[in-house]
Design a protein around this ligand. Sequence first.
Ligand code: HEM
Length: 504
Amino acid sequence: MNKKQLEKRMDFFALVIVVSLISLAYYYARPRRYPKKLPPGPYPFPIVGNMFQLGERPNRSITKLAKTYGPLMSLRFGSLLTVVVSSPEMAREVLQKYDHVFSSRFVADAWEAFDHHTISVAFLPVGDRWRRMRKVFREVMLSTPRLDGSQDVRQKMIKSLYDYLHECSKSGKVMNIGEAAFITTINLTSVTMFSGEVVNFDVNATTKFKEIFMSLTSVSGKPNLSDYFPLLKPFDVQGLRHKMEFHFGQLLGMFDGIINERLKEMRRSPGSSKKNDMLDALLEFSEDKENELSMNDVKHLLLDLFVAGSDTTSSTTEWAVTELLLHPDKLAKAKQELKTVVGEKRQVLETDIPNLPYLDAVIKETYRLHPVGPFLIPRRIEEDAEVNGCFIPKGTQIFVNVWSIHRDKKIWPNPEAFEPERFLSSNIDYKGQDFELLPFGSGRRVCPGIPLAHRMLHMMVGTFIHQFDWKFEPGVTREQVDITEKFGLAMHKAIPLKAIPIKT
Ligand code: HEM
């Protein structure tokens, strides 16, 4: 057979494979018959279903569809049936009443890199292993005594942020607020964890850690055909799992280095090398065989901590500062409170947080208007269920549409406005008991990072405004500041906020 004939035959085989895959995909994506009716939803097109109705901002397009189809709605992405929950009443059913059925995660293909989903507290199904990992988060890493004990090292990182703001104010430098918040969040997390910072306020801040994170965010924000057509999974057609593997490898390699260094120090001078940070506590905990925590588990716990905690906290900080700069009257109130409680001379401390109710209201209002997880972390139903008279089959992906609940005018008067005052006279909290406000989710999967996020957020937002006024970058007026969002790992501002601090 000559080269041309061979090429022709190869083309034919490729064509056969593509046609077979599409036929199989169609077979699996075809509407099924169920014993009872599914929640209502828009008509799913053959093969693709409702994929093309999502657009660039699924939080907005899905909320619009829910206005037509109601608080329990079916969508189909390829062969993946998804049910969207868009009211506090339905959220209570799913997250509280039937919590046991709705508590597993839908694992996107990219997160299977390095088998992370078989170790990660964020993806393990509810069971003994997941319970053990949650316990490590709650009791070993983020307990109140542990966090109180690491206040001083975090305070140093907050001082670095203050110094950077001061430097920019002296030179009139335009700052990228989200970037400064990101660097500070990474450093607050790493000093809490290892007693050492990992990122500097470099000229261009292009440190390795930041680069890895930016790429990781971009990979995890992309729609992946492998999730919609599981048949394509082995082929990883968009290469997203491969890319994730690369970034996870870089992060796990860094953690490996830090852990090995600590173990060496411990062996060199047992006892005297104790830092009493989270890593010491984790290593001590893992030494006890009964706790069944391997070194690989420790590395993946660190991965969870950084991946789940960094982008979420820094994006929320950027949204809070953006809203304050856009609302000078609210900014003035928050500054006045800081001046009264903290004074002019010293910096904000974690112990000040309970005495700053207006700042707390600003942060709650930011959670409401800009939830960084507009659909929480998607869940997956483990057995057939019936909710509100509708059938939800096993394996369905569940989105809790927090974005829509937070902007529902039946719950929140004037929902598009930034009004921290609404929380001053309200008992609504964000820890998962009030289904009108769910920035951290609810039920047994509620975010375990709330205690650390609470401290980091108040300290960062407080420091950005306490001793500084702000002006927008040259050529930009308040009216021109863009507040559209970009869907991804955490929902960011699409266009970063840039402004110049002015020392007061
Ligand atoms: C403003 C900051 C944060 C926000 C808005 C946020 C939000 C969330 C949300 C919405 C979930 C899913 C909850 C659900 O499905 O019901 C979640 C889960 C999680 N968060 Fe956070 N988070 C933040 C900060 C943190 C921090 C600082 C950490 C780590 C210290 C963290 C660690 C986790 C983990 C490990 C999970 C998975 C829990 C599980 O599946 O059992 N988060 N977070």
